[in-house]
Design a protein around this ligand. Structure first.
Ligand code: EPZ
Length: 423
């Protein structure tokens, strides 16, 4: 489970990406659906699971809790949680990823109790869980943080009503997991609407749950006693798709991104059209073609269906290639511009003031040694390197491996000059 901190990507920029790329299953759906299987005392087969580090960690966590986990092929996993026998998650691995907080809802939903260490994952400022706690309390659970772990006591768990003060993907899914088998009716208001929330609800409903309204800001869950097994396919990864859209536009390439749900990418598509990037949508593919200079823009990240925070670094990388001043405002996370100092090493002219980045684009980037400071910042760094003159070494790529399946192969197929080394 150790992170190879020596591994880096060596990228020689300046090549327009061309061709087709197939998008994998959604990381943020998979890392919720896999713990959701804890609620099912039966066999489920989950298809289109991305083969990435975060998924391997959550599968290991399920095994360590006593579930039978079997990989049927690189992207299909069979989970039978009937044998899962503890509600206490081990500190060593659970703290390796942010999504381990889903164990709180899943274990509490199954055993009426959960003990889970605080979540790890990308570091971009304080990542509170007060809305998760508010949700558990609305379901008549007691939550305590002691001995370095979060304890949920759900002996009295029952449906309840919660109005979230903040739109939170994690809290919405976590309370959904806790509520599906809780007696009575749960109503979540001001719920998050991301596609992976709908995907988790679809997964649970296909296994016998009764969840209505996922994808809107009011979700109603009527508790059921038991869930049954079945087979389910994870939706395509909208953030991975968006990342390749940005790589195509930034290198002024022509890329068809296949196995996507174009509706999930509308926030990006509409910004691309404003910038003068050509975007053609098919049923399950999007072609992105960019030439010459593009138009500067302003953009603010927001919860779905707004522009996704996870594509903010790729957007900033693209805007460094666009003449004029663009403004990017981060509206979800307090502190998600740390990576900008890395882009500056490549010659980017960016001023950050709190949650606002002002990008003076059009100054050519040049190769440098840069660090991937978190997963999506790493994607931004790779895109910047693909546009830069000369060779860039992107360090700390273990962050990127958490979320991008076969990124080297996919980019190489599009004509990028990129390789992985660990010297
Ligand atoms: C999910 O994180 C994603 N992770 C993140 O993607 C993504 O950036 C984020 O949603 C926003 O879209 C996973 O799905 C595993 P939130 P999550 O709870 O659920 C505040 C990636 O790179 N908040 O929606 O942890 C919080 O501080 C990762 O794939 C509270 O105030 O995010 C933030 O400002 C990085 N109290 C905002 O809400 C809480 O109890 C949104 O957070 C919870 C959150």
């Amino acid at each position: 489970m150790g992170e190879n901190t020596l591994e880096k990507f060596v990228i020689t920029g300046g090549k327009a990406l061309c061709g087709t790329v197939d998008i994998s299953g959604a990381k943020n759906a998979a890392v919720a659906i896999i713990p959701a299987a804890i609620l099912i005392e039966d066999e489920c087969i989950i298809e289109n699971v991305p083969d990435i580090k975060d998924v391997r960690i959550i599968l290991d966590i399920l095994s360590s809790l006593g579930a039978k986990v079997e990989k049927l092929d690189a992207n299909t996993v069979k989970i039978d949680a009937t044998t899962l026998n503890t509600y206490v998650a081990e500190k060593e691995i659970a703290s390796k990823m942010r999504a381990s907080y889903y164990l709180l809802g899943a274990l509490c939903g199954r055993f009426k109790k959960a003990v889970v260490p605080p979540p790890g994952g990308c570091n971009f400022g304080i990542r509170p869980i007060d809305q998760h706690i508010k949700g558990f309390e609305a379901l008549s659970c007691k939550v305590e943080i002691k001995h370095g772990s979060i304890y949920v006591d759900g002996e009295q768990i029952k449906g309840g009503q919660v109005y979230f003060d903040v739109v939170s993907v994690g809290a919405t899914i976590n309370i959904m997991l806790a509520a599906v088998r809780a007696p009575g009716v749960t109503v979540m208001e001001n719920a998050a609407k991301e596609p992976h929330i709908v995907d988790v609800a679809n997964f649970l409903n296909s296994m016998g749950a009764n969840i209505k309204g996922a994808g809107t800001d009011v979700i109603k869950i009527t508790g059921v006693e038991k869930l049954h097994g079945g087979t389910y396919g994870v939706i395509p990864d909208q953030i991975e798709a968006g990342t390749y859209m940005f790589a195509a536009a930034a290198t002024r390439g022509d890329v068809t991104i296949r196995n996507v749900i174009p509706k999930h990418l509308e926030a990006i598509t509409s910004k691309f059209i404003e910038m003068g990037v050509e975007v053609a949508e098919g049923d399950d593919e999007i072609r992105v073609c960019a030439k010459g200079n593009l138009n500067k823009i302003n953009v603010k990240t927001l919860p779905y269906p707004g522009f996704p925070t996870d594509l903010q670094p790729p957007m900033v990388a693209l805007l460094t290639t666009v003449n004029g001043t663009s403004i990017v405002t981060e509206g979800v996370w307090d502190s998600r511009f740390q990576y900008v100092t890395e882009l500056e090493k490549m010659g980017a002219k960016i001023t950050v003031n709190g949650s606002v980045a002002v990008i003076e684009g059009g100054h050519p980037l040049t190769g440098a040694d840069v660090k991937s400071t978190d997963l999506r910042a790493g994607a931004g760094m790779v895109i910047a390197a693909l546009c830069a003159n000369g060779t860039t070494e992107v360090l700390n790529v273990y962050h990127i491996d958490r979320g991008y399946e076969n990124i080297i192969e996919k980019l190489t197929n599009l004509g990028a000059d990129i390789k992985r080394t660990d010297d």
